[in-house]
Ligand binder design. Structure first.
Ligand SMILES: [Fe+2]
Ligand SMILES: [Fe+2]
Length: 289
């Protein structure tokens, strides 16, 4: 199976803010801050990536590993859905910390309200991890979508995968829910250490326990976002890959907008293709495999 991996597209839409009377001061400050850096993730890059993947018949499925928005505003979630709609039918998403930016957004399950049908395929109850069975049992993929997104105070972006999600993963394994397919997991937060301060302010709590649970479940590949910088490691028998942001307007080779395409077989990850944005070509071009 060929899976394309986008992340951290950070759709910005502040139109809702103009008429909303109920914004608290904290959020108003953040709106201003985010508004000032609106060119960091240009719309053109999002549209280009989606347009390319929408006409790529060799791509079986597309995943977006969170931070679809900046402030989890209704207007941003609506716009993100419109943007990604050309991929509907072979698209899966999970939330990032920016998609539950306020307690109100988290409590009301605003992200799930906008994207639930791109995560849960049946009426089994809307719990994480969601599971999607792609392709035949002997050559397909069982996608598992975790949520590490939690509403925090401003400038704190830590995440956690709840014990309930770990328990549900165990139940899915016991039930034989993968049906012989290769399990591939999605989570927003990074699994690698980035230094004491970054881990404390932005990291995932219980990283080792989560990796151990995935290993025990036989997961072969874990895809994440959050850091906006590409990263790859092998840990606990898994390939762990952060795609970097797909929309970061940067000329720094480490930060430049990108997405990945993976070939996944019965044994796990077979090939990685990295496509980075070329301003000259106005397209994402293969950077490395
Ligand atoms: Fe992000
Ligand atoms: Fe994030």
């Amino acid at each position: 199976m060929r899976i394309a991996h986008l992340s951290d597209i950070h759709v910005l839409d502040l139109t809702e803010v103009r008429w909303t009377r109920f914004l608290n001061k904290r959020l108003t400050g953040l709106v201003n801050l985010v508004g000032h850096r609106k060119n960091a993730h240009p719309q053109a890059l999002r549209e280009t990536a989606v347009a390319e993947l929408a006409v790529a018949p060799d791509i079986d499925h597309v995943v977006v590993t969170g931070d679809l928005t900046n402030l989890a505003l209704e207007s941003e979630l609506t716009r993100a859905r419109e943007l990604l709609s050309p991929l509907a039918g072979r698209l899966s998403v999970i939330p990032g910390n920016h998609d539950v930016y306020t307690r109100g957004a988290e409590r009301s399950r605003r992200f799930e309200g906008h994207f639930g049908d791109w995560m849960w395929t049946g009426g089994e109850g809307h719990h994480y991890p969601w599971i999607k069975l792609l392709g035949p049992s002997d050559a397909g993929v069982a996608l598992l979508g975790f949520s590490s997104a939690v509403a925090r105070l401003p400038f704190i972006a830590t995440g956690v995968v709840s014990a309930a999600q770990i328990a549900r993963l165990g139940s899915l394994v016991s039930e034989g829910a993968f049906g012989g397919r290769t399990p591939v997991a999605l989570v927003h937060h990074n699994l690698h250490a980035r230094g004491f301060r970054k881990d404390k302010m932005h990291g995932l709590s219980g990283r080792e326990a989560f990796l151990t649970a995935l290993e025990q479940a036989g997961v072969k590949l874990l895809l994440h976002g959050h850091t906006h910088v590409a990263h790859r490691m092998h840990a606990h028998g898994l390939d762990v890959i952060g795609s970097g942001s797909s929309t970061w307007a940067s000329e720094d080779p480490r930060h430049i907008a990108r997405y990945n395409v993976y070939d996944v077989g019965p044994g796990g990850l077979e090939k990685v293709e990295i496509r980075t944005y070329s301003a000259h070509a106005r397209a994402f071009v293969t950077h490395a495999t």
